[in-house]
Every structure is written in structure tokens, then in C-alpha cells.
Design a protein around this ligand. Structure first.
Ligand code: PEP
Length: 251
């Protein structure tokens, strides 16, 4: 089955308001009928990004969301705040959230439920640390992350989920996983979905790779059988790199 590729830029804690506007104006020129393009600016730039991108076809997504609906949670952003500015997708479970903000499986499953209950799509990130891979625990670990984060969803709900496999040791390090490591993990993840939800879902669900994707390696990575595009950090912060990566997914 042919799955439409996704190239999603995760801007992390980068870009002032003016810098965001400049990059978004450039991004508007990217044309691609064959790739779903998404960008995840910081919260302070979401509203403006949505209004600037309008009907360009580039979707604005959030980097995070709180798991409660509203209330006394100083500094947090609710799902309703996102949807009220036209944001209908969110990244959940990024390894930086897991590592620096102690987001565990319990918290992440509450976040996925909050998003799905509000018809917000999810990019759910999973990935192992280098020490876990070296011990040979990586498949088991990814399986547990997926089961606890996503497998509480029913067959209709899971259709609103994209998975991003991001080995932690490859994020922001310039060290990309080997092609065989990427393909075997994507195939493994697809099989987990097959076993839980059946073959239609497993063939439909899009699984992105993330971890130092750059213009020079994007085409090769995106050509792997079970890779449906990428979640891009560093290289999403400038137009020419991000555009080149989108064009690599076009191929
Ligand atoms: C990411 O933040 O999800 C990521 C993959 O970052 P980078 O591309 O910089 O490794």
C-alpha cells in the first residue's frame, strides 16, 4: 500500500517571533502534492503560523500539550487552547520531554487520550537510549512504549496517530542510525500494529524516522520500505535544508 509521506519540522525551543515569520514566509513557497508537510513552532508562534500558512497545505502542529482539560497548572497549555488557534495535531512523547521533563508512560497515555478525545491528531515518539540498544533491549523497550502510550486506543482512534521512531542517540547528534537499524525497527513497529489492530491499520499507519535527518541522507532513509517520512529537528530551522528534505520525500 502506498502511504503518503510526511515531513514534519520540530522547531523545539528555537525561533523568536520575527524569525518564525521569516522562515514561514519562505516555507510557503514549498510546493509538494506528494508530501504532507508540518511544522511545530513554539507555543508563542502557533497563532501567527496558522494565520500565515492559511491554505498553503502546510499544517501547524504543537510540540506538547497538558493532559488535563484546564485549571491550576501554571505554565501549561491545554488542548482547547491549541484547537482555539487552529492547531489540530500535537507531538507527544518526544524523548526530550521524557528525559528533561520526566514524562513517563502514565503521563503520556493521559496526553494521548486528551488529544484523541478532542479530535486532535498525534505524532507519538518512541526511541531507545544507546545503553538500551547496547544491552539488546531496544525492541522490548519500543514495544512497551507503544503498548502503554497507544494501545489503549481503539481501532478508529488509532487512525489519528502517526508514530515517530527516534533513537535517542541519533537526535541532534549528527549520528544517524544505519539504514538496516531503521528499517528493522520500522518493520517491527508495523508488526506490533498488525498484531494489535490487523493488517489494514498496520498498512495504513505512517511511521516516521527521526534522528539527524539531513538533505544528504534523507532520500536514502525515505526510500526504506517501512519509512513514511521524517521528524526533523535541526534541519527544519532553515529553509534550504528543510526544502531539500521535503523534495527528497517527493521522489
Ligand atoms: C527531533 O527533534 O525529533 C530530531 C529528530 O532532531 P534532529 O533532527 O536534530 O536530530
Amino acid at each position: 500500500m502506498k502511504r503518503k509521506k510526511i515531513v514534519a519540522g520540530n522547531w523545539k525551543m528555537n525561533m523568536t517571533h520575527d524569525e518564525s515569520i521569516n522562515l514561514i514566509k519562505e516555507l510557503k513557497e514549498i510546493s509538494s502534492n506528494y508530501v504532507d508537510i508540518k511544522i511545530a513552532p513554539s507555543f508563542t508562534n502557533l497563532n501567527k503560523a496558522v494565520s500565515l500558512l492559511g491554505s498553503s497545505g502546510i499544517e501547524v502542529i504543537a510540540q506538547n500539550v497538558h493532559f488535563e482539560e484546564r485549571g491550576a497548572f501554571t505554565g501549561e497549555i491545554s488542548i482547547e487552547m491549541l484547537t482555539s488557534v487552529g492547531v489540530n495535531s500535537v507531538i507527544i512523547g518526544h524523548s526530550e520531554r521524557r528525559k528533561y521533563f520526566n514524562e513517563n508512560e502514565f503521563i503520556l497515555s493521559k496526553k494521548t487520550k486528551m488529544a484523541i478525545d478532542n479530535s486532535v491528531n498525534i505524532i507519538f515518539c518512541v526511541g531507545e537510549e544507546l545503553s538500551e540498544r547496547e544491552k539488546g533491549d531496544h525492541f522490548e523497550l519500543i514495544k512497551n512504549q507503544i503498548i502503554s502510550g497507544l494501545f489503549g486506543l481503539d481501532i478508529e482512534q488509532i487512525k489519528n496517530v502517526v508514530v515517530a521512531y527516534e533513537p535517542v542517540w541519533a537526535i541532534g547528534t549528527g549520528k544517524t542510525a544505519e539504514n538496516y537499524q531503521i528499517q528493522e525497527m520500522h518493520e517491527y513497529i508495523r508488526k506490533l500494529f498488525n498484531d494489535k489492530y490487523g493488517s489494514d491499520i498496520s498498512q495504513q499507519i505512517r511511521i516516521l524516522y527521526g534522528g539527524s535527518v539531513k538533505p544528504k541522507n534523507a532520500e536514502e532513509i525515505f526510500s526504506l520500505k517501512d519509512v513514511d517520512g521524517g521528524l526533523i529537528g535541526g534541519a527544519s530551522l532553515n529553509f534550504s535544508d528543510f526544502n531539500a528534505i521535503v523534495q527528497a520525500a517527493n521522489g
